[in-house]
Write a protein that binds this ligand. Sequence first.
Ligand SMILES: [Zn+2]
Length: 107
Amino acid sequence: MPQYVEAYTTQDIYGITSRLYKLLKDPATKLEFCKVFAGNVGHYNYETELMEIDYRCDIIPTLIHESLHKWNPDWCETKVLEAERKICCKITKRQAKNILKAFIKIL
Ligand SMILES: [Zn+2]
């Protein structure tokens, strides 16, 4: 199986999570906490920039996934999924808490 994403270093994960906190704190970020259908748990609309997160899903991986779509519009789904998985494997408990805190503030 081809590898689309290199392994992330601790420093890379720090950079990605910092960028995610900023995104979640930015009042310009359009995020909706809703039911997403068609077998999906999240969706990013490239035209409207609306990020939809299904409240029934795993919040952290979905937030990371949809943010990766926003930041990398040229990435295919396979690459986004691989990056999401690699990032989620490496985030720390503190980073997970900070992501959730930033997310809860905008609900
Ligand atoms: Zn996707």
